[in-house]
Design a protein around this ligand. Structure first.
Ligand code: SF4
Length: 621
């Protein structure tokens, strides 16, 4: 008997860059690898996976008599999924359409009424629900017994409660079972970079109000046996997969086991030269082994950054979002250990949270940069199944939102609902907090002005961030400067709906290329003029010279001798309160690797590990 076709779709986010990057469809792979354990399911159905967004006509044209099409929906593919699903139902009215994933609102009748072409929605974990549904279609399970689904009968919603899988190890890995082998072959032949999700545990004991993951049904953490994880890492190495993103909310929570996983990744890289990167979110509870894990991965070139997600460090904010961060003392210990071990740290933060104020936020940003901790900020968007989405929460914290089109949209606009005003920040406050943070990120975090800002801070007793606020206030009044061209279009970004241009990472590409390469000389001479307005002019020339060499900006090897009239380097790095006359430094300057085709890509990739830095060595005179 000919098998019936199931299609499971987990369309990837579009990443900027020349080479296409796609993620293998781990979540829908799991639901099929679990369902097909049942012989009757396996004998009846064939399953195909779709991961690449294409014109919708093309997707429909390529489907062969689809019996069931399932979609994993999140912010970067939800509207596209809906458009594809609608087109499928029009062409194949008998095809059963199923939606699951974080963008499916929980037990919401209106969602099914307005998207009438969806037959079933799955709430929470998908494995049991999808299997039950297939059994129901084979008349082996009654509809009311399907765990964790919703459907309409007439205009009445039937929504069954979910059941948590008790033992994750009963789900075979889609990687080691070979479910993605065809996808790997197909895309490798087309020179597409494939990334994977690795899950070593599932669930989160915390309950941050902006997140749909913690508490509730996924509140208890369940773990996979390490043997499954190791088999997957083997598969990843053998299939030359470059990038592993760990899905765990708290990697490192199982200290010895997680260290052993990191060790195995290192061994696998040594054996196959793959994977190249291992990216994870560290556990919120801090253990010294976390620094060991980071050191091990960094030492083997597998970690881009040791990132500690805090979202905010202000207690009022953390209380409003029910976030339990690492304690201040724990963070200090972590910071000291990292400093001792030479492990650079980055922190992820969110802007637009309740109880945040402009002043407290800027103080936090200053705190991190004082410690040379790289900051990454994200806007706060409201997701459907979160406490933040509840009317009473929105009301309590006076949340004002706007719907933005995501810049990564392909074929169909994807929307995100972003907070633009709260009980404690006006739109203007939020606009300025983002803008000033962006300036610090670009200029301080990437070595354009970090030495100058540190000098300014020490000599004036003002904060680092005050330097950047003065920078903005100065250049916004000089229309014929490079910095004006960069900042003027962004000054009212919230009102102008341009905030996505300040998100950081690859969006900074044009500004890095311009300030650091095509107009470098002009930009640095403009900074020199600006310095004349905020510090004693006599230091400006030396500061500009030092800063210019501080940031690597050449493909050629250099060992430069820099003669300074004032020893501004020693002043910045020492506890000295006086600035000494004349000093000579040798600058050790590792050139930009030829692997980077542009200055901007070098700076973007080197940001967390501060690879943009040259080092200064004082010479005896
Ligand atoms: S944000 Fe992280 S720590 Fe908070 S509930 Fe979500 S997964 Fe857990």
């Amino acid at each position: 008997m000919k098998k019936q076709n199931i299609y499971l779709c987990q369309f990837s986010l579009a990443f900027p860059g020349e080479k296409k990057i796609l993620y293998l469809p781990y979540s829908v792979g799991l639901i099929w690898s679990y369902a097909r354990l049942d012989n009757k399911v396996n004998e009846t159905y064939d399953c195909n996976f779709l991961i690449e967004k294409k014109p919708i006509d093309k997707i429909i044209e390529d489907l062969e008599d689809p019996k069931i099409v399932g979609f994993s929906s999140y912010v970067w593919n939800h509207n596209y999924n809906l458009a594809v699903a609608k087109a499928i139902k029009e062409k194949f009215p008998q095809c059963i359409i199923i939606f699951g994933g974080p963008s499916v609102p929980y037990k919401d009748k209106d969602f099914l009424l307005s998207n009438y072409y969806i037959d079933y929605v799955i709430y929470n974990e998908g494995e049991l629900a999808f299997y039950d549904l297939l059994c129901n279609l084979q008349n082996r399970t009654a509809k009311q017994d399907i765990r964790g689904i919703g459907y309409l009968e007439g205009d009445v919603l039937f929504a069954n409660d979910s059941t948590r899988i008790q033992n994750l190890d009963c789900i075979p890995s889609p990687y080691s079972e070979g479910l993605f082998d065809n996808l790997v072959k197909y895309y490798k032949d087309r020179d597409v970079t494939l990334n994977v999700i690795l899950e070593t545990n599932r669930g989160c004991p915390y309950g941050c109000t902006f997140c749909d993951w913690g508490n509730g049904i996924l509140g208890k953490v369940k773990q996979w046996d390490i043997s499954k994880v190791k088999k997957e890492i083997d598969w990843i190495g053998k299939n030359k997969i470059e990038f592993i993103t760990v899905a765990d909310a708290n990697f490192g929570i199982y200290k010895e086991k997680d260290y052993a996983i990191a060790e195995y990744v290192v061994e696998t890289k040594a054996k196959y030269n793959f994977p190249k990167f291992f990216h994870y979110s560290m556990s919120k509870a801090f253990f010294p082994v976390h620094v060991e894990i980071a050191k091990l991965l960094l030492g083997n070139g597998l970690l881009r950054t040791f990132s500690v997600s805090l979202q905010d460090k202000n207690k009022d904010v953390l209380q409003a979002i029910k976030r339990k961060n690492i304690s201040d003392e724990g963070f200090e210990n972590l910071y000291k250990m990292c400093k001792k071990e030479n492990v650079p740290i980055a922190t992820e933060l969110m802007l637009g949270l309740p109880n945040q104020s402009y002043d407290a936020w800027m103080n936090s940003i200053n705190y991190f940069h004082e410690k040379d901790i790289y900051t990454v900020w994200n806007p706060t968007s409201i997701l459907p199944n979160t406490e933040m989405n509840r009317p009473e929460y929105r009301k309590k914290y006076k949340l004002v939102t706007e719907i933005n089109v995501m810049p990564s949209s392909e074929y169909v606009d994807e929307h995100e609902e972003v907070i633009v005003q709260t009980n404690s920040m006006t739109k203007k406050d939020l606009n300025d907090a983002i803008l000033h943070t962006h300036i610090i990120d670009v200029l301080h975090g990437h070595g354009f002005t970090d030495m100058i800002a540190k000098f300014f801070s020490k000599i004036t007793g003002k904060r680092l961030i005050d330097f950047y606020i003065l920078f903005f206030n100065y250049f916004i009044t000089y229309p014929d400067t490079v910095a004006y061209d960069w900042l003027n279009p962004l000054k009212n970004h919230v009102e102008d709906k341009k905030t996505y241009a300040l998100y950081g990472g690859a969006t900074n590409y044009p500004v890095f290329q311009r300030l650091g390469w095509t107009e470098r000389k002009r930009f640095f001479s403009e900074i020199e003029k600006f310095l004349h307005t905020i510090i004693d002019k006599k230091y400006a020339k030396d500061l500009i010279a030092v800063q210019n060499f501080r940031q690597i900006h050449s493909y050629d090897s250099k060992e430069t001798i820099l003669e300074l009239e004032w020893d501004v380097i020693d002043y910045v790095f020492s506890n000295e309160s006086e600035i000494n006359h004349s000093a000579v430094y040798k600058i050790v300057y590792t050139p930009i690797s030829k692997n980077f085709d542009t200055f901007a890509s070098f700076i973007i990739n080197g940001r967390f590990l501060k690879k943009w830095k040259a080092s200064f060595h004082k010479q005896s005179q």
